[in-house]
Structure formats: structure tokens, C-alpha cells
Write a protein that binds this ligand. Structure first.
Ligand SMILES: [Zn+2]
Length: 114
């Protein structure tokens, strides 16, 4: 019983740390590479979908800003343009809440293919 409780505490710590720090996330913004709570698009080739989540780093809203008329190729182009603008602006944090302590836009950008 004690072991189960200990594991539960460890798991809760893992989930909380992953949520706040972000680095344990397996989902990334296709524009800027910032870790997301859920995939931006479960299927990037789908005509519709998108998580409706707003990336706190580059401010794109998946399924809305990048709906692209349901055209996946146009969507990728839109991601590139959004990224170019964001980089040209100096990779600013656009979230409402403050950025994580380890916010490093140059490093997270390496996760996306340009
Ligand atoms: Zn982003």
C-alpha cells in the first residue's frame, strides 16, 4: 500500500513537472517548436481538425489561424510564413502568462523543420 502511494506521488510529480516545465511533452508547435499539452493537429494532412489550442510562444491557434481552407499544403506554407514573421520579430513570447524560466526560442526552433 505504501509502495502504491509512493508511486502515485512520483507520478503526480512527473505530470506536474511535465506540464509546467514542458520539456517532457512529446507534442510541439509546428511553427516555433514550443512544447504543447496536446498535438496541434492529430493528422496534419486532414482538411479539418486542429486542437484550437493557442501556442503561448508564437500565438498561432491550431485549427483556426492555420485552418488554411482545409488545404494541408497551404497550412505548411502558412506555418513557414508565421515562423518567418515571428523570427523576424525576434522570437518574442506572446503568451498571456509569463514564459517558463527555461524559455529558449532559438533552441526550441531546432525542433521544427524550416
Ligand atoms: Zn508556436
Amino acid at each position: 500500500m505504501l509502495v502504491v502511494a509512493a508511486l502515485a506521488v512520483i507520478y503526480a510529480g512527473f505530470v506536474l513537472a511535465g506540464h509546467h516545465a514542458g520539456y517532457m511533452s512529446t507534442h510541439y508547435c509546428p511553427v516555433c517548436g514550443f512544447p504543447l499539452d496536446e498535438p496541434a493537429w492529430v493528422d496534419p494532412n486532414a482538411r479539418g481538425g486542429g486542437s484550437q489550442e493557442i501556442c503561448p510562444s508564437c500565438d498561432i491557434q491550431f485549427g483556426y489561424t492555420d485552418h488554411a481552407g482545409g488545404d494541408p499544403a497551404r497550412r505548411r506554407q502558412l506555418w513557414r510564413e508565421w515562423r518567418e514573421r515571428w523570427v523576424a520579430d525576434g522570437c518574442p513570447w506572446r503568451g498571456v502568462s509569463p514564459p517558463p524560466d527555461d524559455y529558449d526560442p532559438k533552441r526550441q526552433l531546432r525542433r521544427v523543420d524550416s
